[in-house]
Design a protein around this ligand. Structure first.
Ligand SMILES: C[S@@+](CC[C@H](N)C(=O)[O-])C[C@H]1O[C@@H](n2cnc3c(N)ncnc32)[C@H](O)[C@@H]1O
Length: 479
């Protein structure tokens, strides 16, 4: 039997739907759907095994079209959702099956008074317009269920014939579809947001600004909603705050980089000579009309928790800590060890910075979340990984936080990062010195070698391997 995962016990009668995912961020797609469904409090059954052969189509059961539309109002990793009518292995098969569907299911959409259109879409194969038309003719020939007028531009209802061709990487492209679906279009996902918030059009970016798609995914994993209070301790240019403000949250952050937050850092755009005065997190929120959601950003060290007053609580902490590759991972040195640096006369003094080990960054982050998150609130963060060494025991833990999901984004053959979502399940009872109340990492991924060292070693090896394979293949070509 196909593997199905239920989001919550079924009470209402459920309807069959078909979700068409975007062809990216594979490990995040189902989790995004689960997060949104849990946020909107809806029952669902997902047939995850549908995705096993690389198909972008997944069947799911939901209570109603209203729930289905609410889901599509948030997902950025899904393209479209259809009411699931039929499936088969040939167009004739599907055409026969839809004629046998119960009248009360199809008639509200197929009567003489409803205009319609049929769209043919394929995955892993291109069809000519002639081939598409012949499929549409098969579905609408004599005896067809569709009795209304055709309207290609603005129909009352849109029906989609979706063909999935399973291409085995080693063999020739498949000539026949392995699955054909037919459904009534319900809603599109939020793919357009990726362009709307694209970094190319963003007023202020930094070297490691998070792209729009993943920022929205993080906000969905964090279940951000209207009037939440969201904090990013490693705020940079505030991309994650933009995504959270899009979902109606009030947002705040800290970053240790004074120059970045004050528009004095080196510009991150190739042709830009100097930053303009108004390059700030605030102006990014202004750009999208979210200024009223901006609380503030502070130049502060995320490792120093004592600056926060007791009782300050966030609904979510969404962040991308520094990995020490493109931006430094630093913290303020202990005051007693710090040599105060005096700049020119009259200029400010900056406390000395010390190396911030990745293991400590994550333990500090979890300790902070355990204390300053509301119960039920979510911590969403990226953990950089050297794949050959990774094991589950590398995930930082805290007795107040439970891992909800752990999704991988591969960056190269050996390097990836994992998006970890944790939920605060119990109140922090302190004191912070109590071992039982502290974050820990069972096996510290970065103890023997820093991520930076692992990263550059992996990059060098990969470059070397590529050179060798290029030399080999050019040798072959010349021989
Ligand atoms: C990966 S970047 C975050 C990028 C951000 N999400 C964005 O979209 O622009 C990490 C940030 O952490 C900051 N950082 C490094 N050490 C820090 C510390 N101890 N406290 C606060 N921020 C720190 C860096 O200056 C950098 O801006």
């Amino acid at each position: 039997m196909a593997a199905r995962s239920a989001i919550s016990p079924q009470i209402e009668p459920m309807k069959r739907y078909l979700l068409q995912f975007a062809h990216e961020h594979f490990d995040f797609r189902v989790q995004e759907i689960k997060s949104i469904l849990s946020l909107i409090g809806c029952q669902a059954t997902l047939k995850e095994s549908d995705l096993n052969d690389g198909s972008p189509f997944m069947e799911l059961e939901l209570a109603s079209d209203t729930v289905a539309k609410a889901l599509m109002q948030r997902t950025v990793l899904s393209k479209r959702l259809y009411e699931f009518w039929e499936e088969g292995t040939s167009v004739s098969d599907v055409s026969t099956k839809i004629r046998q569907l119960p009248k009360d299911m199809i008639e509200p959409y197929t009567s003489e008074s409803n205009s319609f259109r049929i769209v043919v879409e394929t995955f892993n194969k291109k069809l000519s317009s002639g081939e598409k038309i012949s499929r549409i003719e098969k579905l609408t020939e004599t005896g067809s269920i569709f009795r209304g007028p055709i309207n290609l531009n603005c129909p009352d209802y849109s029906f989609h014939l979706l063909e999935f061709y399973h291409n085995d990487a080693t063999s020739q492209p498949a000539s026949e579809p392995s699955k054909i679906y037919f459904g009534r279009w319900i809603a599109d996902g939020q793919r357009a947001r990726i362009q709307q918030y694209h970094l190319q059009k963003r007023h202020f970016i930094a070297n490691t600004s998070m792209d729009a798609c993943l920022s929205m995914v993080m906000a969905n994993f964090g279940q951000i909603k209207d009037n939440d209070f969201v904090f990013d301790p490693f705020v940079g240019s505030g991309s994650l705050l933009v995504a959270c403000a899009h979902y109606g949250a009030y947002v705040a952050g800290t970053d240790i980089d004074f120059l970045l937050l004050h528009a004095k850092a080196k510009p991150s755009r190739a042709k830009q000579k100097a930053r303009s005065q108004d390059e700030s997190v605030r102006s990014n929120l202004q750009q999208y009309g979210f200024e009223s959601k901006y609380i503030d950003v502070l130049v502060a060290d995320a490792s120093h928790h004592k600056m926060w007053r007791e009782g300050c609580q966030f609904d979510a902490i969404i962040t991308d800590p520094p990995y020490g590759i493109r931006e430094s991972a630093a913290k303020i040195a202990n005051v007693q060890d710090a040599k105060v640096i005096t700049l020119e006369e009259g200029a400010q003094r900056y406390p000395q910075k010390a190396q911030y080990q990745l293991g400590d960054i994550f333990k500090d982050l979890l300790n902070f979340a355990a204390k300053y998150l509301n119960k039920g609130g979510r911590l969403v963060y990226w953990l950089p990984i050297y794949k050959p060494d990774y094991q589950e025991s590398n995930i930082p833990q805290h007795p107040c936080l439970e891992v909800e999901s752990n999704c991988e984004q591969p960056l190269s053959t050996t390097i990836s990062r994992r998006l970890i979502t944790m939920v605060k399940i119990r109140e922090f009872e302190g004191p912070e010195s109590d071992r039982e109340q502290k974050a820990s990492i069972a096996v510290d991924h970065y103890q023997c070698e820093t991520f930076r060292q692992k990263y550059f070693r992996a990059t060098e090896t990969e470059t070397q391997e590529k050179k060798e394979s290029d030399t080999l293949s050019s040798g072959k070509n010349h021989s």
